[in-house]
Write a protein that binds this ligand. Structure first.
Ligand code: FMN
Length: 191
């Protein structure tokens, strides 16, 4: 099984993020050979990075860092679900990413984003640069939800389409393939 973690990118009260995370999780759970888990930054609630030593040293002082390290270390693949804030991704997501280094290395990642006209595209372009530094392998498969509020019903529920379902399925299939392949590669590197 490939351990796929879906990382949320907003902790705001009233955030839209959980609607997208829930949809992605439900679709991902239907893909064979994938064990899906949601990592909600609001629940994980990391303080602003408070480790004295750089993450590359992997010598953590705090229990919250050790727990976060173990969570990311066991993962084989990621989907990051991000809003766009001022043409970039959210500070709470950056903080969660910056805590660690090696735990991210040689693992595939895909992005789902939302926002106004650009659907979070600019946030994801920034995330791709960050991914390169962390030796995360960013996949082409990407989903954008532009002007998401125009696709919500009267109760505020986003109306996902069959196309979204197909796109998430393909994204997860790719992550499953590369997650498995890179697991083997990591084992070779460690040998
Ligand atoms: C601080 C801030 C900056 C924002 N900047 C952008 C932006 O640059 N581009 C965009 O498409 N939407 C922007 N928005 C709108 C967000 O996409 C929208 O509020 C979205 O619901 C945020 O995600 P969340 O509800 O999951 O936190 C911004 C929202 C906030 C709170």
């Amino acid at each position: 099984m490939v351990k796929l973690k879906i990382l949320s990118g907003s902790n705001r009260p009233g955030r839209f993020n959980p609607q997208v995370v829930d949809f992605v999780r439900t679709v991902a759970e239907g893909v064979p050979s994938v064990a899906v888990k949601v990592l909600d930054v609001a629940e994980i609630n990391l303080p602003f990075l408070d480790e004295a030593k750089p993450p590359m040293m992997r010598d953590y002082a705090h229990e919250h860092t050790k727990a976060w390290s173990a969570t990311i270390d066991e993962a084989d693949a990621f989907i990051m679900v991000t809003p766009e804030y001022n043409h970039s991704f959210s500070p709470v997501l950056k903080n969660a990413i910056d805590y660690l280094f090696k735990e991210w290395n040689y693992k595939p990642v895909s992005f789902v984003s939302y926002g106004s006209l650009a659907g979070g595209a600019r946030a994801v372009e920034h995330l791709r640069g960050v991914a390169a530094e962390l030796k995360l392998y960013d996949l082409r498969e990407q989903i954008l939800l532009p002007n998401y509020w125009e696709h919500q019903d009267a109760a505020g529920k986003y109306q996902f389409t069959e196309r979204h379902r197909e796109n998430v399925t393909e994204m997860v299939r790719q992550l499953a393939f590369w997650g498995e392949t890179m697991k083997t590669a990591r084992e070779k590197l460690a040998a």
